[in-house]
Design a binder for this molecule. Structure first.
Ligand SMILES: C[S@@+](CC[C@H](N)C(=O)[O-])C[C@H]1O[C@@H](n2cnc3c(N)ncnc32)[C@H](O)[C@@H]1O
Length: 288
């Protein structure tokens, strides 16, 4: 009886391809780390791979090894990849119920402190920071608060510092603001010119914007609140654990940790060290 040779041969052919691809990815990430000091080696694989291929095609290249070569010799190409990798999607009062809960559950705790330090990690273009500043101002605690707003990507921080956002997003942001329990008239926080709006400078008076890489940099203060939403979803488990350690060590006892809707403290080794303030909104308090 004839044995069909092609059937068992196929999986064997696919496996070396995958191994080769994996090797190319690992070498490329190692090259980025050694050349630029940027560590993406522990980012979740599926979305990382998609973005590397997207950049490879956009640069008109055929293989990941070619992309590695270009990245090593062409820093502007690295800048472009950085924009691809550090998915910056954000909005003002994103997930309004989070801000509503923050207003109702966290602000009363902040009132008991003479001064509050908040770390907004992975703040992207700053919409989250302006939202927090508005909320804190309306609750009369902004004057005794400092917000440290950080991101790995200097480009997005430049936008955040400028506080200028597209006018056409204001309708959605106004609705979010109202659903987040906003107490004023949202349009009073900005002035419109042509197709942009500039947010009031008063909102960033107590904000420090700085570049900080959660994968590599250390803590730089002790905080009463850490807000890190929709950032760790891009990290693998080991990097998430690393960042949770960083946050645990950076938070004062009874400090608040706020994560994104798809993130959780469960299944980390710090699960038992926090109590849940609001399980749906992923707001936790360090208790041990
Ligand atoms: C999807 S945005 C989230 C923005 C905002 N926190 C929000 O929820 O709307 C993720 C941000 O995390 C930043 N980021 C990714 N990796 C980082 C790292 N290792 N250290 C600091 N920020 C990082 C990206 O640059 C991006 O701006």
């Amino acid at each position: 009886m004839a044995v069909p040779l092609s059937t068992p041969a196929e999986p064997e052919a696919v496996a070396p391809e995958r191994e080769l691809e994996q090797l190319e990815i690992e070498l490329l990430l190692e090259a980025i780390f050694r050349r630029y000091g940027l560590d993406f080696r522990q980012y979740a694989q599926a979305s990382l791979k998609r973005r590397l291929y997207r950049r490879m095609h956009a640069e008109g290249l055929e293989t990941l090894s070619e992309l590695q070569n270009r990245l090593l010799h062409d820093p502007p190409c690295m800048e472009r990849l950085l924009v691809d990798l550090s998915i910056n999607v954000t909005s003002m009062f994103r997930d309004p119920t989070f801000y509503l809960t923050f207003r109702e559950q966290v602000v009363p705790m902040l009132r008991t402190y003479p001064f509050t330090r908040i770390w907004c990690a992975g703040c992207s273009t700053g919409e989250e920071v302006y939202s927090l500043a508005i909320l804190l101002q309306e609750e009369d605690v902004y004057a005794r608060t400092r917000i440290y707003a950080t991101d790995i990507n200097e480009h997005v921080l430049q936008t955040a510092r400028a506080g200028v956002f597209p006018l056409d997003r204001m309708k959605q942001y106004t609705q979010n603001y109202i659903r987040a329990g906003g107490k004023g008239d949202f349009s009073e926080y900005y002035t419109a010119a042509y197709d942009s709006v500039a947010f009031s400078r008063a909102l960033t008076e107590n904000v420090v914007f700085a570049q900080h890489n959660l994968a590599m940099d250390r803590s730089f203060n002790e905080f009463n609140v850490i807000v890190c939403r929709n950032v760790m979803i891009y990290f693998d488990k080991a990097l998430q654990d690393h960042v949770h350690t960083l946050f645990y060590e950076s938070l004062e006892t009874f400090g608040i940790l706020a994560l994104g809707h798809k993130e959780s403290i469960n299944f980390t080794r710090y699960a038992g060290r926090y109590e849940e303030i609001d399980v749906d909104e992923r707001i936790y308090r360090k208790v041990a």
